[in-house]
Write a protein that binds this ligand. Structure first.
Ligand code: GLA
Length: 480
Protein backbone atom coordinates (compact mmCIF):
# COMPACT_ATOMS: atom_id res chain seq x y z
CA UNK A 1 0.00 0.00 0.00
CA UNK A 2 1.06 3.62 -0.33
CA UNK A 3 4.32 4.39 1.34
CA UNK A 4 5.09 0.78 2.18
CA UNK A 5 7.59 0.36 -0.62
CA UNK A 6 9.03 3.83 -0.19
CA UNK A 7 7.01 5.36 -3.01
CA UNK A 8 5.07 8.56 -2.41
CA UNK A 9 1.36 7.87 -2.70
CA UNK A 10 0.40 11.01 -4.57
CA UNK A 11 1.62 12.44 -7.85
CA UNK A 12 0.60 15.58 -9.61
CA UNK A 13 0.29 15.59 -13.36
CA UNK A 14 2.42 18.28 -15.04
CA UNK A 15 1.36 17.56 -18.60
CA UNK A 16 -0.12 14.73 -20.61
CA UNK A 17 -0.67 13.20 -24.05
CA UNK A 18 -2.89 10.41 -25.21
CA UNK A 19 -2.00 7.63 -27.59
CA UNK A 20 -4.83 5.44 -28.95
CA UNK A 21 -4.60 3.26 -25.86
CA UNK A 22 -2.50 4.96 -23.21
CA UNK A 23 -2.26 8.17 -21.27
CA UNK A 24 1.32 9.47 -21.15
CA UNK A 25 1.66 11.62 -18.07
CA UNK A 26 4.61 13.69 -16.98
CA UNK A 27 4.31 13.36 -13.26
CA UNK A 28 6.03 15.38 -10.57
CA UNK A 29 7.71 13.22 -7.98
CA UNK A 30 7.64 10.06 -10.06
CA UNK A 31 11.26 9.99 -11.21
CA UNK A 32 13.34 7.45 -9.40
CA UNK A 33 10.42 6.14 -7.40
CA UNK A 34 11.17 2.76 -8.91
CA UNK A 35 7.46 2.32 -9.54
CA UNK A 36 5.96 0.42 -12.44
CA UNK A 37 3.14 -1.85 -11.40
CA UNK A 38 0.21 -0.88 -9.27
CA UNK A 39 -2.97 1.06 -9.60
CA UNK A 40 -3.44 4.78 -10.05
CA UNK A 41 -6.71 6.19 -8.75
CA UNK A 42 -8.12 9.67 -8.81
CA UNK A 43 -8.42 11.58 -5.55
CA UNK A 44 -12.17 11.33 -5.08
CA UNK A 45 -13.51 8.95 -7.70
CA UNK A 46 -13.10 5.19 -7.85
CA UNK A 47 -11.63 5.33 -11.35
CA UNK A 48 -8.47 3.31 -11.81
CA UNK A 49 -5.58 3.49 -14.27
CA UNK A 50 -3.04 0.72 -14.50
CA UNK A 51 0.52 1.90 -15.03
CA UNK A 52 2.07 0.00 -17.91
CA UNK A 53 5.50 1.61 -18.04
CA UNK A 54 7.56 4.47 -16.73
CA UNK A 55 10.64 6.38 -17.73
CA UNK A 56 12.15 9.27 -15.84
CA UNK A 57 9.22 11.42 -14.71
CA UNK A 58 6.85 9.83 -17.22
CA UNK A 59 4.15 7.36 -16.37
CA UNK A 60 2.18 5.53 -19.04
CA UNK A 61 -1.21 4.44 -17.76
CA UNK A 62 -4.10 2.59 -19.33
CA UNK A 63 -7.80 2.86 -18.60
CA UNK A 64 -9.35 -0.43 -17.58
CA UNK A 65 -11.46 -2.14 -20.26
CA UNK A 66 -14.62 -1.55 -18.27
CA UNK A 67 -14.22 1.68 -16.35
CA UNK A 68 -16.30 1.79 -13.22
CA UNK A 69 -17.43 5.36 -13.83
CA UNK A 70 -19.39 6.34 -16.91
CA UNK A 71 -17.34 9.49 -17.40
CA UNK A 72 -13.68 8.79 -16.65
CA UNK A 73 -11.77 11.81 -15.42
CA UNK A 74 -9.01 13.04 -17.63
CA UNK A 75 -5.71 12.39 -15.85
CA UNK A 76 -3.83 14.38 -18.48
CA UNK A 77 -5.00 17.67 -17.08
CA UNK A 78 -2.11 19.60 -15.53
CA UNK A 79 -2.58 19.74 -11.77
CA UNK A 80 -4.64 16.54 -11.77
CA UNK A 81 -3.86 14.59 -8.59
CA UNK A 82 -3.29 10.85 -8.75
CA UNK A 83 -2.97 8.44 -5.88
CA UNK A 84 -0.60 5.66 -6.62
CA UNK A 85 -0.96 2.27 -4.93
CA UNK A 86 2.14 0.34 -5.82
CA UNK A 87 2.35 -3.40 -5.96
CA UNK A 88 5.57 -4.51 -4.24
CA UNK A 89 7.68 -5.91 -7.03
CA UNK A 90 11.10 -6.34 -8.51
CA UNK A 91 12.40 -2.91 -9.59
CA UNK A 92 11.68 -2.24 -13.25
CA UNK A 93 15.08 -1.97 -14.81
CA UNK A 94 16.06 -5.38 -13.46
CA UNK A 95 13.06 -6.92 -15.26
CA UNK A 96 13.88 -5.18 -18.54
CA UNK A 97 17.55 -6.10 -18.28
CA UNK A 98 16.68 -9.69 -17.38
CA UNK A 99 14.49 -9.90 -20.50
CA UNK A 100 17.37 -8.56 -22.61
CA UNK A 101 19.77 -11.14 -21.13
CA UNK A 102 17.28 -13.94 -21.82
CA UNK A 103 16.89 -12.85 -25.47
CA UNK A 104 20.63 -12.60 -25.85
CA UNK A 105 21.08 -16.08 -24.38
CA UNK A 106 18.64 -17.59 -26.89
CA UNK A 107 20.34 -15.80 -29.77
CA UNK A 108 23.84 -16.85 -28.77
CA UNK A 109 23.35 -20.35 -27.43
CA UNK A 110 20.22 -21.45 -29.32
CA UNK A 111 18.36 -22.70 -26.21
CA UNK A 112 16.45 -21.14 -23.35
CA UNK A 113 18.28 -20.20 -20.16
CA UNK A 114 17.41 -22.06 -16.99
CA UNK A 115 17.53 -18.93 -14.85
CA UNK A 116 18.51 -15.27 -14.57
CA UNK A 117 20.54 -13.44 -11.94
CA UNK A 118 20.45 -9.68 -11.48
CA UNK A 119 23.34 -7.82 -9.82
CA UNK A 120 22.86 -4.10 -9.17
CA UNK A 121 25.41 -1.34 -9.44
CA UNK A 122 26.08 0.72 -6.33
CA UNK A 123 26.50 4.34 -5.41
CA UNK A 124 28.49 5.24 -2.34
CA UNK A 125 26.70 7.90 -0.27
CA UNK A 126 29.75 8.57 1.91
CA UNK A 127 32.93 6.99 3.29
CA UNK A 128 35.32 7.23 0.33
CA UNK A 129 38.72 5.55 0.36
CA UNK A 130 38.03 4.36 3.89
CA UNK A 131 37.29 0.70 3.10
CA UNK A 132 40.90 -0.39 2.55
CA UNK A 133 41.80 1.45 5.76
CA UNK A 134 39.52 -0.92 7.73
CA UNK A 135 37.00 1.90 8.11
CA UNK A 136 33.29 2.59 7.54
CA UNK A 137 31.32 3.16 4.34
CA UNK A 138 27.66 3.86 3.49
CA UNK A 139 26.82 2.69 -0.05
CA UNK A 140 23.47 1.62 -1.50
CA UNK A 141 22.64 -0.59 -4.47
CA UNK A 142 20.93 1.13 -7.42
CA UNK A 143 18.24 -0.05 -9.81
CA UNK A 144 20.57 -0.16 -12.81
CA UNK A 145 22.73 -3.23 -13.03
CA UNK A 146 23.67 -6.38 -14.85
CA UNK A 147 21.54 -9.41 -15.70
CA UNK A 148 23.07 -12.82 -16.35
CA UNK A 149 20.91 -15.46 -18.08
CA UNK A 150 22.43 -18.90 -17.64
CA UNK A 151 22.17 -22.65 -18.13
CA UNK A 152 24.48 -25.60 -17.45
CA UNK A 153 26.11 -26.71 -20.74
CA UNK A 154 27.11 -30.30 -19.94
CA UNK A 155 30.80 -29.62 -20.72
CA UNK A 156 33.66 -28.60 -18.44
CA UNK A 157 33.62 -25.15 -20.02
CA UNK A 158 32.61 -21.66 -18.88
CA UNK A 159 31.24 -19.68 -21.83
CA UNK A 160 30.21 -16.07 -21.37
CA UNK A 161 28.66 -13.76 -23.93
CA UNK A 162 28.65 -10.01 -23.16
CA UNK A 163 25.91 -8.19 -25.07
CA UNK A 164 27.61 -4.82 -24.57
CA UNK A 165 30.85 -6.05 -26.16
CA UNK A 166 29.19 -8.30 -28.76
CA UNK A 167 31.70 -11.00 -27.86
CA UNK A 168 31.71 -14.57 -26.53
CA UNK A 169 34.69 -15.97 -24.63
CA UNK A 170 35.29 -19.37 -23.13
CA UNK A 171 37.69 -21.18 -20.84
CA UNK A 172 37.93 -24.81 -19.73
CA UNK A 173 37.24 -25.23 -16.02
CA UNK A 174 40.35 -27.41 -15.77
CA UNK A 175 42.44 -24.88 -17.65
CA UNK A 176 44.12 -23.23 -14.68
CA UNK A 177 47.37 -22.39 -16.42
CA UNK A 178 46.33 -20.06 -19.25
CA UNK A 179 47.52 -16.55 -18.42
CA UNK A 180 44.66 -14.19 -17.72
CA UNK A 181 46.24 -11.58 -20.03
CA UNK A 182 45.29 -13.82 -22.97
CA UNK A 183 41.63 -12.94 -22.44
CA UNK A 184 39.56 -9.90 -23.36
CA UNK A 185 39.50 -7.35 -20.50
CA UNK A 186 35.87 -7.98 -19.54
CA UNK A 187 36.28 -11.78 -19.57
CA UNK A 188 39.09 -11.61 -17.00
CA UNK A 189 36.37 -11.03 -14.40
CA UNK A 190 34.75 -14.34 -15.37
CA UNK A 191 38.07 -16.20 -15.37
CA UNK A 192 39.00 -14.58 -12.04
CA UNK A 193 35.72 -15.49 -10.34
CA UNK A 194 35.73 -19.08 -11.63
CA UNK A 195 39.35 -19.68 -10.59
CA UNK A 196 38.93 -18.02 -7.19
CA UNK A 197 35.74 -19.98 -6.45
CA UNK A 198 37.39 -23.24 -7.53
CA UNK A 199 40.43 -22.50 -5.33
CA UNK A 200 38.06 -21.84 -2.40
CA UNK A 201 36.65 -25.36 -2.83
CA UNK A 202 33.53 -24.76 -4.95
CA UNK A 203 32.81 -27.63 -7.35
CA UNK A 204 31.84 -25.72 -10.49
CA UNK A 205 30.06 -27.20 -13.49
CA UNK A 206 30.19 -26.06 -17.11
CA UNK A 207 27.88 -23.08 -17.63
CA UNK A 208 26.79 -20.77 -20.45
CA UNK A 209 26.04 -17.17 -19.48
CA UNK A 210 24.70 -14.17 -21.43
CA UNK A 211 25.27 -10.79 -19.77
CA UNK A 212 23.25 -7.65 -20.42
CA UNK A 213 23.92 -4.43 -18.54
CA UNK A 214 22.45 -0.97 -18.11
CA UNK A 215 25.42 0.24 -16.08
CA UNK A 216 27.94 2.51 -17.74
CA UNK A 217 31.41 1.06 -17.16
CA UNK A 218 34.07 3.32 -15.63
CA UNK A 219 31.37 5.62 -14.20
CA UNK A 220 32.23 4.77 -10.60
CA UNK A 221 29.04 2.71 -10.19
CA UNK A 222 30.70 -0.66 -9.65
CA UNK A 223 30.07 -2.35 -12.93
CA UNK A 224 33.08 -4.53 -11.98
CA UNK A 225 31.51 -5.75 -8.76
CA UNK A 226 28.21 -6.30 -10.62
CA UNK A 227 29.86 -8.56 -13.20
CA UNK A 228 31.83 -10.40 -10.51
CA UNK A 229 28.84 -11.04 -8.26
CA UNK A 230 26.47 -11.91 -11.11
CA UNK A 231 28.87 -14.60 -12.35
CA UNK A 232 29.56 -15.83 -8.80
CA UNK A 233 25.80 -16.11 -8.15
CA UNK A 234 25.25 -17.99 -11.43
CA UNK A 235 28.08 -20.45 -10.74
CA UNK A 236 26.78 -21.09 -7.22
CA UNK A 237 23.30 -21.72 -8.68
CA UNK A 238 24.37 -24.10 -11.46
CA UNK A 239 26.66 -26.10 -9.20
CA UNK A 240 24.05 -26.27 -6.42
CA UNK A 241 26.36 -24.60 -3.90
CA UNK A 242 24.84 -22.65 -0.97
CA UNK A 243 24.98 -18.87 -1.35
CA UNK A 244 26.75 -16.82 1.30
CA UNK A 245 26.74 -13.12 0.26
CA UNK A 246 29.61 -12.07 2.56
CA UNK A 247 31.82 -14.93 1.46
CA UNK A 248 30.96 -14.20 -2.18
CA UNK A 249 31.94 -10.54 -1.69
CA UNK A 250 35.32 -11.63 -0.32
CA UNK A 251 35.87 -14.01 -3.24
CA UNK A 252 35.00 -11.25 -5.71
CA UNK A 253 37.41 -8.83 -4.03
CA UNK A 254 40.18 -11.44 -4.13
CA UNK A 255 39.49 -12.07 -7.82
CA UNK A 256 39.75 -8.34 -8.52
CA UNK A 257 43.10 -8.14 -6.69
CA UNK A 258 44.62 -11.17 -8.35
CA UNK A 259 43.15 -11.10 -11.86
CA UNK A 260 42.41 -7.42 -12.53
CA UNK A 261 45.29 -5.87 -10.57
CA UNK A 262 43.26 -3.33 -8.57
CA UNK A 263 43.93 -3.51 -4.83
CA UNK A 264 40.33 -2.49 -4.09
CA UNK A 265 38.63 -2.53 -0.70
CA UNK A 266 35.52 -4.61 0.05
CA UNK A 267 32.86 -1.87 -0.23
CA UNK A 268 31.64 -2.45 -3.78
CA UNK A 269 31.40 -6.20 -3.52
CA UNK A 270 29.63 -6.04 -0.14
CA UNK A 271 27.15 -3.44 -1.42
CA UNK A 272 26.33 -5.47 -4.53
CA UNK A 273 26.09 -8.69 -2.49
CA UNK A 274 24.26 -7.52 0.64
CA UNK A 275 22.29 -4.29 0.04
CA UNK A 276 18.57 -4.20 0.82
CA UNK A 277 15.69 -2.42 -0.92
CA UNK A 278 15.00 1.03 0.52
CA UNK A 279 18.15 0.92 2.67
CA UNK A 280 21.72 2.11 2.54
CA UNK A 281 24.29 -0.31 3.94
CA UNK A 282 26.41 0.95 6.85
CA UNK A 283 29.39 -1.37 6.65
CA UNK A 284 32.29 -1.82 9.04
CA UNK A 285 35.00 -2.95 6.64
CA UNK A 286 37.05 -4.56 9.41
CA UNK A 287 34.41 -6.85 10.91
CA UNK A 288 32.12 -6.88 7.83
CA UNK A 289 29.24 -6.16 10.20
CA UNK A 290 26.41 -4.30 8.49
CA UNK A 291 23.42 -2.18 9.49
CA UNK A 292 20.57 -1.33 7.14
CA UNK A 293 19.86 2.42 7.16
CA UNK A 294 16.46 3.52 5.78
CA UNK A 295 16.78 6.26 3.18
CA UNK A 296 13.90 8.73 3.76
CA UNK A 297 11.18 8.68 1.12
CA UNK A 298 11.59 12.40 0.46
CA UNK A 299 15.31 12.02 -0.26
CA UNK A 300 16.05 11.90 -3.99
CA UNK A 301 19.37 10.21 -4.76
CA UNK A 302 20.59 11.61 -8.07
CA UNK A 303 23.74 10.31 -9.73
CA UNK A 304 25.32 12.31 -12.54
CA UNK A 305 27.95 10.58 -14.64
CA UNK A 306 30.40 13.17 -15.94
CA UNK A 307 30.94 11.38 -19.25
CA UNK A 308 34.64 11.14 -18.37
CA UNK A 309 35.71 7.60 -17.58
CA UNK A 310 38.15 6.86 -14.81
CA UNK A 311 41.40 6.93 -16.74
CA UNK A 312 44.58 5.83 -14.95
CA UNK A 313 42.33 4.82 -12.10
CA UNK A 314 44.12 1.58 -11.27
CA UNK A 315 47.59 3.04 -10.80
CA UNK A 316 46.41 6.24 -9.05
CA UNK A 317 44.18 4.13 -6.81
CA UNK A 318 47.03 1.82 -5.84
CA UNK A 319 49.20 4.92 -5.16
CA UNK A 320 46.61 6.26 -2.72
CA UNK A 321 46.54 2.95 -0.95
CA UNK A 322 50.34 2.90 -0.71
CA UNK A 323 50.36 6.41 0.84
CA UNK A 324 47.94 5.23 3.55
CA UNK A 325 50.24 2.27 4.28
CA UNK A 326 53.23 4.63 4.59
CA UNK A 327 51.27 6.72 7.10
CA UNK A 328 50.41 3.59 9.13
CA UNK A 329 54.07 2.46 9.18
CA UNK A 330 55.12 5.90 10.49
CA UNK A 331 52.41 5.97 13.17
CA UNK A 332 53.31 2.46 14.36
CA UNK A 333 56.72 3.78 15.39
CA UNK A 334 55.01 5.65 18.23
CA UNK A 335 51.89 3.50 18.60
CA UNK A 336 52.64 -0.12 17.63
CA UNK A 337 49.07 -1.33 18.32
CA UNK A 338 47.79 0.56 15.25
CA UNK A 339 46.79 -1.85 12.46
CA UNK A 340 45.19 0.58 10.03
CA UNK A 341 44.18 4.26 9.75
CA UNK A 342 40.86 3.21 11.27
CA UNK A 343 42.73 3.01 14.61
CA UNK A 344 44.14 6.54 14.38
CA UNK A 345 42.62 9.85 15.50
CA UNK A 346 43.62 13.39 14.49
CA UNK A 347 45.74 13.88 17.59
CA UNK A 348 47.81 10.73 17.04
CA UNK A 349 48.27 11.61 13.37
CA UNK A 350 49.53 15.06 14.35
CA UNK A 351 52.07 13.51 16.75
CA UNK A 352 53.39 11.33 13.94
CA UNK A 353 53.40 14.13 11.36
CA UNK A 354 57.18 14.61 11.19
CA UNK A 355 57.72 10.89 10.68
CA UNK A 356 55.95 10.74 7.33
CA UNK A 357 56.03 12.58 4.01
CA UNK A 358 53.58 15.44 3.39
CA UNK A 359 51.56 13.43 0.85
CA UNK A 360 51.02 10.55 3.27
CA UNK A 361 49.96 13.07 5.94
CA UNK A 362 47.35 14.67 3.65
CA UNK A 363 45.96 11.29 2.60
CA UNK A 364 45.73 10.10 6.21
CA UNK A 365 44.05 13.38 7.27
CA UNK A 366 41.29 12.72 4.74
CA UNK A 367 40.79 9.11 5.80
CA UNK A 368 40.57 9.91 9.51
CA UNK A 369 37.93 12.64 9.07
CA UNK A 370 36.04 10.71 6.39
CA UNK A 371 35.83 7.65 8.58
CA UNK A 372 33.50 9.47 11.00
CA UNK A 373 31.09 10.52 8.22
CA UNK A 374 29.27 7.24 7.39
CA UNK A 375 28.01 6.91 10.99
CA UNK A 376 27.08 10.60 11.06
CA UNK A 377 25.25 10.41 7.72
CA UNK A 378 23.42 7.26 8.82
CA UNK A 379 22.23 9.10 11.95
CA UNK A 380 21.10 12.10 9.86
CA UNK A 381 19.16 9.85 7.45
CA UNK A 382 17.51 8.02 10.34
CA UNK A 383 16.38 11.39 11.70
CA UNK A 384 15.27 12.60 8.28
CA UNK A 385 17.73 15.49 8.66
CA UNK A 386 18.64 16.11 5.03
CA UNK A 387 20.34 19.42 5.85
CA UNK A 388 22.98 17.72 8.02
CA UNK A 389 23.26 14.85 5.54
CA UNK A 390 23.97 17.32 2.73
CA UNK A 391 26.63 19.18 4.72
CA UNK A 392 28.44 15.92 5.44
CA UNK A 393 28.46 15.14 1.72
CA UNK A 394 29.86 18.57 0.90
CA UNK A 395 32.61 18.17 3.52
CA UNK A 396 33.47 14.80 2.06
CA UNK A 397 33.82 16.23 -1.43
CA UNK A 398 36.09 19.08 -0.26
CA UNK A 399 38.33 16.59 1.54
CA UNK A 400 38.53 14.26 -1.49
CA UNK A 401 39.37 17.22 -3.69
CA UNK A 402 41.93 18.96 -1.45
CA UNK A 403 43.47 16.24 0.72
CA UNK A 404 43.01 13.00 -1.18
CA UNK A 405 43.31 14.69 -4.58
CA UNK A 406 41.06 12.32 -6.50
CA UNK A 407 38.58 14.81 -7.94
CA UNK A 408 38.67 16.29 -11.45
CA UNK A 409 37.61 19.57 -13.05
CA UNK A 410 34.43 17.90 -14.35
CA UNK A 411 33.45 16.40 -10.99
CA UNK A 412 34.09 19.72 -9.22
CA UNK A 413 31.95 21.50 -11.81
CA UNK A 414 29.11 19.01 -11.39
CA UNK A 415 29.19 19.49 -7.62
CA UNK A 416 29.11 23.29 -8.02
CA UNK A 417 26.22 23.07 -10.48
CA UNK A 418 24.35 20.68 -8.19
CA UNK A 419 24.66 22.91 -5.15
CA UNK A 420 23.32 25.88 -7.15
CA UNK A 421 20.04 24.04 -7.84
CA UNK A 422 16.96 24.51 -5.65
CA UNK A 423 16.27 21.54 -3.39
CA UNK A 424 19.83 20.17 -3.42
CA UNK A 425 21.15 19.53 0.10
CA UNK A 426 24.62 18.30 -0.80
CA UNK A 427 26.75 16.66 -3.46
CA UNK A 428 30.04 14.84 -3.73
CA UNK A 429 32.08 12.70 -6.05
CA UNK A 430 31.28 9.03 -5.55
CA UNK A 431 33.52 6.00 -5.97
CA UNK A 432 37.25 6.10 -6.50
CA UNK A 433 37.26 9.49 -8.28
CA UNK A 434 39.60 10.44 -11.17
CA UNK A 435 36.48 10.90 -13.34
CA UNK A 436 33.24 8.98 -12.98
CA UNK A 437 30.17 10.35 -11.21
CA UNK A 438 28.82 12.58 -8.48
CA UNK A 439 25.93 11.80 -6.15
CA UNK A 440 23.55 14.53 -4.99
CA UNK A 441 20.94 14.53 -2.25
CA UNK A 442 17.88 16.34 -3.57
CA UNK A 443 14.35 16.90 -2.28
CA UNK A 444 12.20 14.36 -4.10
CA UNK A 445 9.89 17.07 -5.40
CA UNK A 446 12.88 18.91 -6.93
CA UNK A 447 14.43 15.87 -8.63
CA UNK A 448 12.88 16.42 -12.07
CA UNK A 449 13.94 20.08 -12.57
CA UNK A 450 17.28 19.34 -10.88
CA UNK A 451 18.03 16.52 -13.32
CA UNK A 452 17.10 18.50 -16.40
CA UNK A 453 18.90 21.64 -15.35
CA UNK A 454 22.20 20.07 -14.24
CA UNK A 455 22.41 18.05 -17.46
CA UNK A 456 21.76 21.13 -19.63
CA UNK A 457 24.23 23.35 -17.80
CA UNK A 458 26.97 20.74 -17.70
CA UNK A 459 26.56 20.01 -21.41
CA UNK A 460 26.68 23.72 -22.22
CA UNK A 461 29.80 24.29 -20.11
CA UNK A 462 31.83 21.27 -21.21
CA UNK A 463 30.38 19.88 -24.44
CA UNK A 464 30.35 16.52 -22.64
CA UNK A 465 27.31 14.27 -22.48
CA UNK A 466 26.35 13.57 -18.84
CA UNK A 467 24.03 10.79 -17.79
CA UNK A 468 21.59 11.32 -14.93
CA UNK A 469 20.47 8.27 -12.98
CA UNK A 470 17.82 8.62 -10.28
CA UNK A 471 17.47 5.61 -8.06
CA UNK A 472 15.88 4.41 -4.87
CA UNK A 473 18.07 2.00 -2.85
CA UNK A 474 17.76 -1.42 -4.51
CA UNK A 475 18.23 -5.06 -3.50
CA UNK A 476 21.61 -6.78 -3.78
CA UNK A 477 22.39 -9.63 -6.21
CA UNK A 478 19.48 -12.03 -6.60
CA UNK A 479 17.91 -14.76 -8.70
CA UNK A 480 14.88 -13.40 -10.54
C1 GLA B 1 36.61 1.88 -5.61
C2 GLA B 1 37.03 0.63 -4.87
C3 GLA B 1 36.40 0.60 -3.46
C4 GLA B 1 36.67 1.88 -2.71
C5 GLA B 1 36.34 3.10 -3.58
C6 GLA B 1 36.76 4.39 -2.93
O1 GLA B 1 35.24 1.87 -5.86
O2 GLA B 1 36.63 -0.52 -5.58
O3 GLA B 1 36.89 -0.52 -2.76
O4 GLA B 1 37.98 1.92 -2.24
O5 GLA B 1 36.96 3.03 -4.85
O6 GLA B 1 36.03 4.62 -1.78
Amino acid sequence: MPGKTGIPPMFVCLSGDKSPTDHILTVRGFAGSGARAGVVTTGNQPFEFTPVASENHRLRTREPANPRTPEPPNPRTPGFALNYHPTPMIPPSSLDTAAAARDEFRRQFGTSPSGVVFAPGRVNLIGEHTDYNDGFVLPMAIEDGMAAAYAPNGNRVLRIHAREFGETCEIGLEDGTRAVEEFAGWFRYGVGIARTMAAAGHRLIGTDIALASTLPSDAGLSSSAAVELSIARVLAATSGEPWDPRRAAQIAQQAEHEFIGVACGIMDQMAVACARTGRALLLDCRSLRTQDVPVPENAGIVIVYSGVSRTLAASAYNDRRAACERAVRAIRQIEPSVRALRDVDAELLERARTMMDAVAFRRASHVIAENARPGALAAALREDDLGTAGRLMNDSHASLRDLYEVSSAELDLLVTLALAQPGCHGARLTGAGFGGSIVALVDLTAVAPFSDSIADRYRAATGLQPRVIVSRPAEGVRLI
